[in-house]
Design a protein around this ligand. Sequence first.
Ligand code: AMP
Length: 356
Amino acid sequence: MQALQLGATIGILGDGQLGRMLSQAASRLGFKVVTFGPDAESPAAQVSLASKVAAYTDEAVLARLAERCDVITFEFENVPASSLDYLVGLGATVAPSSKALRITQDRVFEKSFAREQGVGTVDFRAIDSLDDLKAAVAELGVPSLLKTRREGYDGKGQVWIKSTDDIAEAFNSLNGRPSILEAKADFTREISVVAARGWDGTVSTFPIGENHHVGGILSTTLAPAQIAAETVARAHDIARKVLEGLDYVGVLAVELFVLPGGDVLLNEIAPRVHNSGHWTQDGCLCDQFEQHIRAVVGWPLGDTTARCTVEMTNLLGADILDWPRLSAEARARLYVYGKDDPRPGRKMGHINRIKS
Ligand code: AMP
């Protein structure tokens, strides 16, 4: 695609903090942003030129977005893939594609895709009934993890099966939704790679982040991770295979498990900028948000070299009320998402601390 000119308009489906930071990066490069989402005062709408407030399936409003925007992207992986197809059908330029969305919206499709690319995953079985689950637990053993195939995030929609006595209760707790049983990964570290691919097939990867979760939610990312060069190479190779296999345009994140012997398994693909890439805002000349904008508008990808080590800490719920102290910290930068209600566990902001 031809590189978009300064002043072109970018549409973003999704209106949360990722859309906010994408919009800020886009406007710094001279683009105009129209956001599309259900909330008039959303984090993204607050910082954008215009916002369309509608359900993601509202075809009349999608059509107005298609007319107004030179390229349309998304910041939320649960946007219906059919809405992207509708936009493309109207002649809009959309990136990433609905194919990437369809595969990554479903954990069984996602892991099957990874294996087709030669990327390892934990052993898994698709589960549609209690009998499926009983058979799968017999094969994969305990402990194993039952997850909904779709729409799980931050550890929601997941239940550990620690003994065969847990099977019926675990199945019922997911309300019989199509699910996946995963063997337990005995990992030593959880890492992620944020990477980008342009319309011309150029691939660029950021240094690796090491992630710590608390209660299923990302708590901190330390990057560049202090890991063996061989692990770094394997992780970057996985990101490249995923980007190329999806024929992807934009930024995505690949969440990985590092096993004691050094093997690296893919856990999840996020077809968007990612919480574990927020460290790049202070760690790299071109951060993940700018990189995504560069990729989708057809500009050259930016420089992803790390300038320093950064620890990113999420500010969840009431953590944000500590802003007077956080804002006074030396060698740190505070990011606030503009959300009113600091409900427990809600992502309200983050802080990047420079470590070296
Ligand atoms: P997910 O929603 O798939 O990213 O899972 C959330 C977190 O649960 C991961 O970051 C891991 O800490 C843990 N987890 C997920 N799948 C597995 C697995 N198969 N084995 C061990 N831990 C897992």
